[in-house]
Design a protein around this ligand. Structure first.
Ligand code: SAM
Length: 335
């Protein structure tokens, strides 16, 4: 039973987008995301795939129209395709408009065809550099070749790809023009993201942080950028790049947040619901899920949580602010 009224928060925003971190584990250790010696949750703490399906289904019944699987790396969760296959029934029924995922691409060669077969149409692939050595250093041990193979496989399977690159000062800022040409030349849009102060990571974020206003000004020295109203349901604001014909997105949680149009909430692999990426408040859906065979309790817990969705976040990165704005790293809540 699709709820036409949907989920509405105290600020009148309709919540129609759920991001689900299906695992906190990742096969990379991107330096801006996690510390090298990060310890992961014991497997017993994770919701089972059946429980994740049940929770997602309640959200869909309550009006969620777009669902993104993320992580950690979603494609390293054991039997993840069973969940994707299960969830795809909501695409068939029309209750869900889009089922998608954010991935580092390392496992895509293996899964791309099956994802397409399950009705996934577009995916986001995170890629911060096209240089194999730099790739290895930013991911701490990732193999760029595997990601490239994955991207090729996804395109052959008919999946539309958007690349996401975190803009990092003195790492990829000078390379971004080449990345734009490369992505657009292969039919992919590219979105750049400001690094967010999430969790202790053992490097100084102030050294990495590049405001996208600065990046945009420097890109404008070589490209003609025109704002366009294109939206994908996420926080990116897009420009058309005249020289390539492609779209370039900017996600600017630091310099300009778009909390007023926020339409999403985030579920962790342990069943905790974060109503805002940049706040600590969390709702425990696992106990309601496990507390009753009927979905009524969990549906009520979701309503109560949405009623607590905050107006916005207030991330700060500067030399005086030593503590991260939120204590958890991005792999916990899911990017
Ligand atoms: N493993 C998958 C991937 O690489 O896309 C999904 C999870 S990953 C946490 C999602 C996205 O968050 C990636 O694009 C990653 O670069 C980004 N990310 C991680 N930590 C971040 C931070 N502190 N600030 C901004 N983006 C971050």
């Amino acid at each position: 039973m699709y709820n036409a009224d949907g989920l509405i928060d105290p600020f009148g925003r309709t919540i129609s987008y759920l991001r689900v971190s299906v695992t906190d584990r990742c096969d990379f250790r991107c330096t801006y995301c996690m510390a090298e010696n990060t310890s992961f949750l014991p497997k017993k703490d994770l919701l089972s795939l059946e429980e994740l399906d049940r929770l997602c289904t309640v959200f869909i019944e309550k009006g969620v129209r777009k669902l993104r699987l993320t992580g950690g790396e979603p494609l390293v969760r054991k039997n993840i395709m069973d969940l994707v296959r299960q969830l795809s029934r909501h695409l068939k029924s029309g209750a869900l408009e889009e089922l998608t995922l954010t991935t580092n691409g390392s496992q895509l060669a293996r899964f791309a065809a099956e994802l397409a077969d399950c009705g996934v149409r577009r995916i986001n692939v995170s890629l911060d550099t096209l240089d194999p050595e730099k790739f290895r250093s930013i991911t701490r041990w990732g193999d760029l070749n595997k990601v490239m193979e994955g991207i090729r496989a996804a395109q052959e399977a008919g999946l539309k790809i958007k690349l996401n690159a975190v803009a990092l000062k003195d790492f990829n800022d000078r390379e971004l023009p080449e990345m734009i040409r490369w992505a657009h030349g292969r039919g992919m849009d590219l979105t750049v993201i400001e690094t967010m102060p999430m969790g202790e990571i053992s490097v100084d974020r102030t050294d990495q942080y590049l405001p996208l206003s600065v990046l945009r000004a420097s890109l404008q020295e070589q490209f003609l950028l025109t704002d366009i109203p294109y939206r994908t349901g996420g926080p990116a604001r897009y420009v058309r790049v005249a020289e390539t014909g492609g779209k370039l997105g900017f996600i600017t949680p630091m310099t300009h947040n778009f909390c007023e149009s926020c339409n999403r909430v985030r579920l962790t692999c342990t069943g905790m619901l974060y109503m805002c990426l940049g706040q600590e408040d969390v709702a425990d859906l696992r106990s309601s899920l496990r507390g009753s065979e009927s979905n009524d309790m969990v549906a009520a817990a979701i309503d109560e949580a949405i009623g607590r969705k905050p107006k916005g976040h207030d991330f700060v990165i500067d030399r005086r602010t030593k503590l991260p704005s939120v204590s958890r790293t991005m792999n916990v809540t899911g990017g």
